[in-house]
Design a protein around this ligand. Structure first.
Ligand code: NAI
Ligand code: MG
Length: 378
């Protein structure tokens, strides 16, 4: 089967790591020979925004619907305000394509060290999946500034969070299904309903409503987001699957990435669990202007995201279950291919081929070549 993938490298190291990821994916599909990946590339970048006045052209986001998946690098550059790059690119893609679940796994790779070793006896027990609500909450974009000029003496700005029953229900159901699919069957819900008394209270209430369907099958608990940061550092082994709002999960997943050794290894999947539209896969890091163009960006977050993309595509021909979620049937050994890529990454870090953020001396190119070589061996 042929899958068509659209790549949007974006800015800065987004370009380097997308190149590296397509190289690794090409190696993977030629090694397995049971599936083919066809790549198109779109130049939706800050450079083009400066020249043309837009990131995606008119109708651009809708044009992504014809692909099987979207592979994204990173967007943002110092000469464009970040809220413009985010709102013109990544957020419209997530909302237009119904990518309401953002999945962010975290673990410590072999041969790498975690800052957690200063806090706990066995940091290797860190093995989490953060499920981020990706369509509403604090990033709904509602609010405004009055008067509209920010410099008037009595300016007031509001940033309105939106929580809907439907939005909460679907993300909790997805999170419970994720927890159920993992060995420990454990879900922690993150909230701030002590201080935020409307949206967060609804969020909690819907969680317990959905939780009833999973009673006895998934063990679950609730954490206030501030206390959650402490628990992540002091008792990492007590967590497994985590579900949090758009903002909370954004922050917690950067902490999770740092605890696992580097933000450069962390992947993310923006999923439309109904599979009506293509899902999008991207490392969680940004364009890293401070190291862009130096050939030293860690490509592992990009490779891990690529592995998640292959795993997702493996379910492409699956049938919808009762929850409206599609269960994979496995297309042409693609699950094995995803596992193979993860094993190749682990072998490479274990062998000490690591970029500087992981304490190594290798560049992007060296790590990429080493991963390709391992794929050939696995
Ligand atoms: P960042 O993730 O780009 O960089 C934070 C720090 O981590 C930097 O010191 C950087 O060098 C390092 N780093 C990040 N990825 C790395 C990698 N693969 N290998 C080695 N080191 C790595 O976050 P920052 O600096 O806050 O944002 C830079 C730009 O990226 C901004 O314009 C921001 O809006 C954008 N951004 C875009 C995202 C996206 O496209 N989804 C996500 C986060 C930020
Ligand atoms: Mg972030």
């Amino acid at each position: 089967r042929i899958f068509s993938i659209v790549c949007i490298p974006g800015d800065g190291i987004g370009v380097d790591i997308t190149d590296a990821a397509t190289q690794v994916l090409t190696k993977l599909s030629s090694t397995f020979g049971t599936f083919t990946l066809k790549f198109d590339t779109l130049d939706w970048s800050s450079k083009n925004y400066k020249e043309r006045g837009y990131y995606a052209p008119e109708g651009g986001v809708n044009s992504l619907k014809k692909y099987d998946a979207i592979y994204f690098g990173a967007v943002g550059w110092p000469d464009v305000p970040d809220h413009i790059s985010l709102w013109q690119m990544i957020l419209p893609i997530r909302t237009t394509l119904n990518q309401y679940a953002n999945v962010r796994p975290t673990k410590i790779l072999p041969g790498t060290s975690s800052p957690l070793s200063a806090c706990v006896a066995d940091p290797s027990l860190l093995d989490w999946v953060i499920v981020r609500e990706n369509s509403e909450g604090e990033y709904s974009g509602h609010g405004g500034t009055t008067p509209s000029t920010a410099h008037a003496a009595h300016t007031v700005a509001t940033e309105v969070s939106i929580f809907t029953k439907v939005g909460c229900e679907r993300i909790f159901r997805f999170a419970f299904e994720t927890a159920l699919s993992r060995p420990r069957k454990k879900l922690t819900m993150v909230t701030k309903s002590n201080a935020q008394r409307h949206g967060m209270v609804l969020w909690d209430a819907i969680f317990y409503e959905v939780a009833r369907e999973y009673d006895g099958r998934v063990e679950y608990d609730k954490m206030l987001v501030d206390a959650m940061t402490v628990r992540m550092v002091n008792r990492p082994e007590s967590l497994d699957t985590i579900v949090a709002t758009n903002l909370h999960a954004d922050i917690l997943s950067d902490l999770a990435a740092a605890l696992s050794g580097s933000i450069g290894i962390a992947p993310s999947s923006n999923l439309d669990p109904t599979r009506q539209f293509p899902s999008m896969f991207e490392p969680i890091h940004g364009s890293a202007p401070d190291i862009a163009g130096q050939g030293i960006a860690n490509p592992i977050g990009a490779f891990w995201s690529a592995a998640e993309m292959i795993r997702w595509l493996a379910g492409a021909d699956g049938a919808s279950n009762d929850e409206g979620l599609v269960e994979g049937t496995g297309v042409g050994h693609m699950v094995e291919a995803a596992d193979c890529l993860m094993q190749a990454i682990a072998n490479v870090t274990e062998n000490g081929v690591k970029t500087r953020d992981l304490g190594g001396k290798s560049g992007t190119r060296e790590v990429t070549d080493a991963v390709c070589e391992e794929i050939g061996k696995v």
